[in-house]
Design a protein around this ligand. Structure first.
Ligand code: ATP
Length: 576
């Protein structure tokens, strides 16, 4: 494992008191938190009491558990290395408070159990709204300055439910022992608040609690933590307030950002970004008003932050262009993504995504399979265009999309139509162009392909002035091709199925991606450019900071004129 930086080490070695660690994107919070856990365990020796390391997603918990298993092997014998609890915050609340003790507060005769909405008996648990009755699974709780507040969501708005009505309904359901995700936290809070002896037991068992991604702590979580803190728990928070994207759940990041103001809490910060190239770290600094440092040097391949326009309903053209650039930037399509602010847009875009390959020769090999096996000439052509662009030295921006999409090419690419004809001819011709997928891939298909693609590249140079890339020999290596007919290769069939992933930003939280295409509507882009003051701004910030090498922000074409100066002002370059 790589060495810790001095600022990471300072967090790990800090005294055994509550810490507030404010960290930038890509700063290695995971590594720091798990090393801190090991160090705490080491310092505690055989003392009774467990240390809890809590986060918000199962993926994060899994990563923590694996890392702890490895690191804990170095703990000296006799140290209570098993006295740790690694879980989600909700998992911890459920297993330590709600399941064993919740039923008493709920007035139930059996242990508390989760309901998710499909249970038939829930039909009797609804609340009135101005339109139609809502099921109790839609009822949410917040605790604002110690006061309970009940609400449900209608589209993007929060609608309040009268306290008396909500309490009555929750109480009735509670008597059956059932709780929903949201109500589970509420009952756990009430159990701790109403039974001081229970609070004492929990704090004695968990005197130290570390919380990662602490910007996501919601209001009921906060109230539970406050009770634990008041009863003597030593709580450390690690997170990035600029990545708080659960405002709607009452998590506005303030609990984290103001935590250091409390007496006895020591402030720490992590300011070195290990994930992104310097250009993307600079952009993140401009957006967040921070001054973080890029640990990585700029690579020789295409990288940085770009913006471009797209026509509504024509996502395919944009995504094809992005895929063309992925190959040029050496980004792995499987570790890249198209990200959207909301689920609706993600679904709309998902319908349009073209297949992605891996490595330039594989792009062509997959094209041959698509043509000969699936008779899908269009996709084969698209693949060939992507592959050809990847073999050129600085291909003109937008080359792939202008070659593959019908329509008038721009003035700066007058040759796009003629190029289209040449690449089509190559795609269709198994003799002088893309060899047949029925040939043995490594011994027959590959040599013929290399000869034909080289003569295509010669033609592109003499006719269109397009120069082949310098490392062409390397790019045309046959690595990964099987000693069997191409069309029988399972690997390639899998590649064909592999789509460039389209997700919401929320789904990509915590990830590192080679390249990100953040697909926006005008207001999403405006808020991204305005910084991290709003939730949509922070969603844009999270999307941008997932990118290791390449970030494209796409806006509807009709918004481009208004937004161009703003993008340029923040340091983005325009695609093409
Ligand atoms: N000291 C270090 N030396 C080298 N690489 C490191 C170091 N610390 C962290 N990293 C690497 O930095 C990358 C980012 O780390 P991580 O995913 O934990 O970031 P993060 O702080 O959780 O980011 P975000 O909040 O943006 O999701 C990982 O690839 C990790 O291995």
């Amino acid at each position: 494992m790589s060495a810790l930086t001095p600022e990471q080490q300072a967090v790990v070695d800090a005294p055994m008191v509550p810490l507030c660690v404010i960290a930038c994107a890509g700063s290695g919070k995971t590594k720091t938190a798990v090393q801190r856990l090991v160090q705490m365990r080491r310092k505690l020796g055989n003392a009774r009491g467990r240390v809890a390391l809590l986060s918000f997603s199962n993926v994060a918990v899994d990563t923590f558990r694996k890392a702890y298993d490895v690191l804990a092997r170095d703990l000296p014998a006799g140290v209570g290395r098993d006295r740790v609890e690694i879980d989600t915050l909700d998992g911890f609340i459920t297993s330590t408070i709600l399941r064993p003790h919740g039923h008493r507060t709920m007035g139930a005769s059996q242990a508390a159990y989760l309901v998710t909405g499909g249970e038939t008996f829930l039909g009797g648990f609804t609340f009135k709204t101005p339109t139609y009755p809502m099921p109790i699974t839609e009822l949410n709780v917040a605790l604002i300055e110690g006061k309970e507040c009940f609400y449900y969501r209608r589209n993007d708005d929060l609608e309040l439910v009268a306290n008396g009505v909500a309490r009555d309904l929750i109480g009735r359901l509670g008597k059956t022992g059932a709780y929903t995700h949201d109500l589970g936290r509420y009952w756990a809070y009430r159990a701790l608040k109403e039974r001081p002896e229970l609070l004492t037991v929990v704090v004695r068992r968990y005197p130290h609690i570390l919380i990662d991604e602490a910007q996501d702590i919601g209001t009921v979580h906060q109230a539970i933590l406050q009770l634990l803190i008041d009863a003597g728990a030593c709580v450390t928070l690690i997170g990035d307030p600029n990545q708080g994207i659960y405002d709607f759940a009452g998590a506005d990041g303030k609990f984290l950002s103001e935590y250091h103001q409390r007496p006895g809490v020591l402030p720490y910060s992590l300011t070195r970004n290990f994930r992104s190239v310097p250009q993307i770290v600079s952009l993140a600094n401009v957006l967040s008003g921070r001054d973080d440092v890029a640990e990585r040097a700029a690579p020789a391949t295409l990288h940085g932050a770009f913006f471009t326009g797209y026509k509504r309903g024509q996502h395919a053209q944009l995504i094809t262009a992005f895929q063309g650039v992925l190959a040029i930037a050496g980004a792995d399509a499987k570790r890249s993504a198209v990200l959207c602010r909301g689920r609706g847009l993600a679904e709309e875009v998902r319908g349009d995504v073209a297949p992605a390959g891996q490595g330039t020769v594989k792009v062509f090999a997959a094209a041959a399979v698509l043509r000969d096996h699936k008779k899908d000439f269009r996709s084969a052509f698209q693949r060939v265009a992507i592959g050809v662009a990847a073999l050129l030295d600085k291909p003109p921006h937008g080359l792939v999309s202008y070659v593959t999409q019908p329509g008038t090419p721009p003035a700066r690419l007058p040759e796009a139509r003629a190029l289209r004809r040449v690449i089509w001819a190559f795609t269709r011709d198994p003799k002088a162009g893309l060899p047949s997928a029925s040939l043995t891939a490594d011994t027959q298909w590959h040599p013929q392909f290399v000869a034909n693609i080289k003569s295509l590249l010669d033609k592109l140079q003499t006719k269109f002035g397009l120069t082949p890339a310098a490392n062409i020999g390397l790019k045309l290596k046959k690595t990964g091709l099987p000693n069997a007919a191409l069309s029988s290769s399972k690997d390639l069939a899998d590649d064909e199925a592999a789509l460039l992933r389209v997700d919401t930003v929320h789904q990509a939280k915590g990830e590192s991606l080679d390249a990100v295409l953040y697909m926006t509507l005008k207001d999403h882009a405006e808020e991204l450019l305005a910084g991290v003051g709003t939730e949509v701004g922070r969603i844009g910030y999270v999307a941008s900071t997932r990118a290791r090498n390449l970030l494209w922000v796409a806006v509807p074409k009709n918004a481009l004129k208004d937004l161009r100066p703003l993008f340029v002002g923040k340091g983005f370059q325009e695609v093409g």
